[in-house]
Design a protein around this ligand. Structure first.
Ligand code: CUK
Ligand code: CUA
Length: 606
């Protein structure tokens, strides 16, 4: 039964309800109105995975409507779902409930998305999170050792292999080096995308910014600014040259295997030192001043670095890297084009037709250019690689196109994630929304079709055809979280969590309350605890109806969370002064939703 039918059944007299089959219409199947307009009842063609910057979250948008469908709390506390407050999420977050997500990338198989996981970084506390797409919820958060400013991340593209993470900030390797910034270093980390263990790290001198991988799993990349090793802004931009780092994965793995490694601080993760001038582990390809983004084109041949402080993009031929490692050519010879694109190039995406689209922060536009023409021009031919420019509003950071980071780039939609919106929306005070603009790139010219206000601050996004993303209607209760509930249930002899209500006193000051619920009732009408008790409520929603969530609020106890149908969550709080406290369901679930409540009785300790 769907939720609507259930609601009707709950509030109308028998026989009066019609249960018509829902008809789903997709945007691409319709005609007669604009390509971006999604009429009521219609569905979008793409899922968009948006990072949320210092909101700490990830958001799911529908493309081309740009409607925000849901928010996935990751490195933030969310009062709606209870993420960051429930026992399991709290444990994962280890006391840090703020974060700064920049880059969301999905797991790959054979160069395209496999719909299993999304990975996202936390720049603020050096963490990596994994979202399980089946449940659209975080299933793992890890800390990257000895890393500050974990920024660029990118998964390998053949299968769920490593997810590489760049530490942007250089840090001292030992306490005695705190006052010697010239001795600081930064780590490029390889995290196993299945187990989420940090397998190895590579130590380099300068800052690392964005990350990318090739399509053959030979290399991972990092743009490097501040190769000067400065600690202050003026020092960081002193030189006119910086680097693209290409990490040689096979050589690094060999060093790890042969134990040519070091460790740093308390961490046991093997670290390969690649600071030497001609390291076999990393190739330093010289490119102009303070680069930012690096993106590999859908053919897998070229890594394109955006100049940031240089008006150029550097096109690196990945095929030549092997020769450069072997010393047959100079590292700089891997650069096969360096077209002048405009002021402040930050990121580049692709349409699968040989064209690149680069965001220009200072110029506030997206510039379309042709990669082969840029290579010809670099060889001295008189061709202009620039095809078109589209103004955006304003100061664009990332840009990405539908499936651009896969071999299946489809050249349909492009997003410009603008940092400033200024006058584009109604004035809402000093804090403006960002402006995520949708651009149609299916033709020769770029066509701006939509302004989308977003809350601070998406940095990056990917757009994935809807048939690649298949979330479940109910959780399958898999993973560590559910093993924990099963352990408790066994320990407390409540059988299946979903069946029995029970109050178990675990110790003098710890009470577990097993609370199954089903619209419009909690299985416990009331429960009793003592003042000062640590109360752990294990709430199971036993409804088997899609979208029929419940939750629990305990008045005056800072308890609020939701539980999806067939799911369980637990929440721990301290019982306050003696009295009666109503608990209730915060999610509108039934015509008798307001009556879905009961009393927590807190007795005085004698
Ligand atoms: S970064 Cu934000 S605009 Cu963190 Cu990918 Cu370039
Ligand atoms: Cu359950 Cu409202």
């Amino acid at each position: 039964m769907d939720r609507r039918t259930f609601f009707k059944a709950g509030i109308t007299t028998a026989g009066a309800v019609s249960t018509g089959m829902a008809t789903q219409i997709y945007a691409s199947e319709k005609s007669g109105h604009s390509k971006t307009e999604i009429l009521p009842g219609e569905l979008d063609d793409y899922y968009g995975f948006w990072s949320g910057g210092h909101s700490g979250e990830v958001r799911i948008l529908g493309i081309p409507s740009m409607r925000e469908l849901i928010r996935i709390p990751v490195f933030n506390a969310d009062a709606g779902t209870g993420w960051g407050y429930t026992d399991y999420s709290k444990k994962m977050m280890d006391g840090m409930i703020s974060g700064d997500t920049h880059h969301v990338h999905l797991s790959y198989t054979d160069g395209t998305y496999d719909g299993r996981y999304a990975y996202v970084n936390d720049k603020s506390s050096g963490r990596l999170a994994r979202i399980r797409i089946a449940t659209m919820a975080v299933d793992k958060i890890i800390s990257i050792p000895n890393s500050q400013g974990t920024h660029g991340i990118f998964p390998q593209r053949h299968k769920t292999g490593y997810v590489f993470c760049n530490a942007e900030f250089r840090t001292p390797l030992a306490l005695e080096d705190m006052d010697s910034p010239e001795k600081y270093g930064a780590l490029h980390s390889a995290v196993d995308g299945e187990t989420m263990e940090v397998k190895w790290q590579v130590l380099v001198n300068g800052n690392m910014d964005l990350c990318a991988t090739d399509y053959e799993d030979k290399y991972s990349f990092a743009t490097q600014y501040n190769s000067e090793g400065g600690a202050f802004l003026e020092e960081m931009i002193a030189l006119d040259q910086d680097f693209l780092l290409a990490f040689n994965i096979a050589e690094i793995e060999k060093a790890v295997k042969d134990k040519k490694i070091m460790t740093i601080g308390d961490s046991k993760v093997p670290v390969v030192d690649a600071r030497a001038e001609n390291s076999p582990y990393v190739l330093r390809i010289p490119i102009p001043k303070s680069p930012h983004g690096v993106n590999v084109d859908p053919t897998g041949r070229y890594a394109i670095c955006a100049g940031k402080l240089s008006p150029t993009c550097s096109v690196v031929d990945i095929k030549l890297i092997e020769k450069a490692f072997a010393g047959k050519i100079k590292p700089r010879d891997c650069v096969v084009a360096e077209p002048e694109i405009g002021l402040g190039p930050l990121h580049t995406c692709f349409d699968g037709r040989g064209n690149a689209y680069t965001s220009l922060f200072i110029d506030s536009n997206i510039t379309k250019w042709n990669i082969s023409k840029a290579i010809q021009a670099f060889q001295g031919k008189k061709v202009n690689p620039i095809i078109d420019r589209q103004d955006v509003h304003y100061q664009v950071g990332h840009t990405n196109a539908s499936m651009s980071e896969t071999k299946d780039a489809d050249g349909q939609w492009l997003i410009a994630l603008c940092k400033l919106s200024k006058d584009r929306f109604l004035n809402v005070g000093p804090l403006h929304p960002e402006n995520d603009q949708l651009i149609d790139i299916s033709g020769e010219k770029l066509k701006l079709v939509h302004d989308g206000p977003t809350y601070i601050e998406p940095h990056d996004c990917v757009m994935v055809p809807r048939d690649m993303i298949n979330p479940m209607k109910f959780t399958d209760r898999k993973g560590e979280e559910y093993e924990m509930y099963d352990r408790w249930a066994k320990e407390d002899k409540v059988g299946k969590l979903t069946r029995k209500a029970k109050v178990v006193r675990k110790s003098e000051t710890h009470v577990r309350v097993y609370m199954p619920c089903k619209a419009p009732k909690y299985k416990l009408k009331e429960f009793e605890v003592m003042e000062g008790d640590e109360v752990q409520v294990i709430l199971t929603n036993t409804n088997k109806i899609e979208d029929l969530g419940h939750g629990l609020v305990v008045s005056h106890h800072d308890v609020c969370f939701t539980v999806n149908p067939k799911d369980t969550k637990s929440y721990t709080f301290t019982a306050r002064k003696p009295g009666i406290y109503w608990f209730y369901c915060p999610q509108f679930c039934h015509a008798l939703h307001l009556e879905m409540r009961g009393r927590m009785i807190v007795r005085a300790r004698t």
